[in-house]
Design a protein around this ligand. Sequence first.
Ligand SMILES: CC(C)(COP(=O)(O)OP(=O)(O)OC[C@H]1O[C@@H](n2cnc3c(N)ncnc32)[C@H](O)[C@@H]1OP(=O)(O)O)[C@@H](O)C(=O)NCCC(=O)NCCS
Length: 134
Amino acid sequence: MSEDFELPDDRHLAIRVMAAPADANADGDIFGGWIMSQVDIAGSIIARRRAQGRIVTVAVNAFQFRHPAFVGDLISCYAQVTRIGTTSLTVNVKAYAERYRNHQEIVHLTEADLTYVAVDDQRRPRPVPKDESR
Ligand SMILES: CC(C)(COP(=O)(O)OP(=O)(O)OC[C@H]1O[C@@H](n2cnc3c(N)ncnc32)[C@H](O)[C@@H]1OP(=O)(O)O)[C@@H](O)C(=O)NCCC(=O)NCCS
């Protein structure tokens, strides 16, 4: 079962990557862990920009796999900061797959919330800057 979606135009495209055979199991299904990695990378790009420097992933608060991904899917991860704390911030990431089978199909693969902590050179938590202009 699949749902057709439009790619969002109100969110930041953090990464777009093609799922390759090396990312799949023997049945050709893409590993969930590979998708989780792409989602973390996408979230971290947005978190790092907002935190204006080094960040680390402290928690994956929620992660839902809605549909499977396959070799050849073009995976797009859209990310949005949803919460800013003192030293932490939470990013919501949605991943979509574009594939061509008779017709173009866009499938909403995953939805996730990840929390990152801004850290200094000694890996100690530091405040997330108030300035949102960068
Ligand atoms: C992230 C890290 C620096 C936090 O250090 P810490 O001494 O626990 O810091 P604090 O207790 O002051 O927490 C810092 C912030 O993280 C938040 N936090 C800590 N644990 C959390 C969790 N499990 N879920 C959500 N937020 C969490 C705190 O609420 C706080 O946020 P705030 O300042 O906005 O209120 C430390 O735990 C660490 O280095 N972890 C490893 C990170 C890492 O290597 N990630 C990659 C894994 S491969």
